[in-house]
Write a protein that binds this ligand. Structure first.
Ligand SMILES: C[S@@+](CC[C@H](N)C(=O)[O-])C[C@H]1O[C@@H](n2cnc3c(N)ncnc32)[C@H](O)[C@@H]1O
Length: 292
């Protein structure tokens, strides 16, 4: 079956939510993506049937959303280009697939597409360009310079799957249950309250100066933003909203969340000091609720 033919997304029944889930995963690679950590987080999620609305204000690749698939999902990220991509996947997936199939994995072609002015493209073309660059660039990184231009080099992959039509259609079906907006986390969470569940996955506080990765947007996420987020966390706690937050294991993060339950989880991450560049590292999960 070719990619362009419609496949019916696989359904499975989720007894905790009483609705049909669609088996799927994120459709983009994203730095700090939680796809592999979802099974580790799973025992710590509140039962979805007790949750009125689900908020994910640092959406990125959306691994937790695609896992939970809560029927009232309020998604956001400050990266407006990423948010536009989600909106197109939700609302215009067939046209997006058509545009994506026009792209090819070739170095010269890649740099041509990279140099395009995104503002001169239609929203669907911009979304296709985003996925194309994400699938063919070095390591699936999203990095922009101070002017907001994407500046990651060609990835030299032999056969990247530029257009995974089946996964895009599944993502589109799941996204029908969501609202998605491009806002800062503080604004996104201003309405969350009792009955709601929030999962926060901010850019991690760096373990040291060189491990910092804060280039998801032209802006940055520094220690003051981590403090601002901790204030929002406390405010949500006061409103009896259940909140889960993941972050790196640093003295600042442990201090900011010392009044809440901190769970250590083991993650596979790139570690510069190791010869092969990868290894297990402790990360923190902070929750403000008990599980019956
Ligand atoms: C660690 S990533 C989230 C990864 C996601 N959980 C996943 O599984 O792919 C952090 C995200 O926060 C977004 N972000 C950065 N600053 C933000 C802000 N002030 N408000 C909302 N989102 C922000 C970035 O664009 C990025 O997508």
């Amino acid at each position: 079956m070719s990619d362009t033919q419609t496949k019916v997304p696989q359904l499975s029944y989720d007894a905790t939510l009483n609705h049909q889930r669609i088996e799927t995963k994120p459709f983009i690679k994203w730095a700090g993506g939680k796809r592999r950590l979802v099974p580790v987080f799973s025992p710590h999620f509140p039962p979805m049937r007790t949750v009125g609305r689900y908020f994910e204000p640092f959406l990125g690749g959306g691994a937790v959303f695609f896992h939970l698939q809560h029927p009232k999902s309020i998604l956001s990220d400050s990266n407006a280009t990423l948010v536009e991509l989600y909106q197109i996947v939700r609302d215009n997936v067939e046209e997006l697939i058509g545009k994506l199939e026009e792209h090819t994995n070739d170095k010269r072609y890649y740099y041509n597409v990279r140099s395009q002015n995104p503002k001169a493209l239609s929203a669907v073309e911009r979304a296709a360009r985003f996925i194309f660059l994400n699938k063919t660039c070095y390591n699936g990184l999203y990095r922009v310079n101070s002017k907001g231009s994407f500046n990651v080099p060609f990835g030299h992959y032999k056969n990247p799957q530029i257009c995974d039509a089946e996964r895009l259609r599944a993502a589109s079906a799941v996204l029908q249950i969501s609202t998605i907006s491009a806002v800062d986390f503080e604004e996104a969470l201003s309405e969350a309250g009792a009955q709601d569940f929030v999962y926060c996955d901010p850019p991690y506080h760096p373990l040291n100066e060189t491990s910092s990765f804060t280039s998801y947007t032209a802006g940055k996420f520094d220690a003051d933003d981590q403090r601002r987020l901790a204030r929002v966390y406390r405010e949500l706690d006061r409103r009896n909203c259940r909140v889960m937050l993941s972050n790196s294991d640093t003295p600042l993060i442990r201090e900011l969340y010392q009044d809440f339950q901190i769970i250590e989880v083991q993650a596979n991450r790139a570690i510069n000091s190791k010869a092969n560049g990868r290894g297990k590292i402790t990360e923190l999960l902070v929750i403000n609720y008990g599980l019956e």
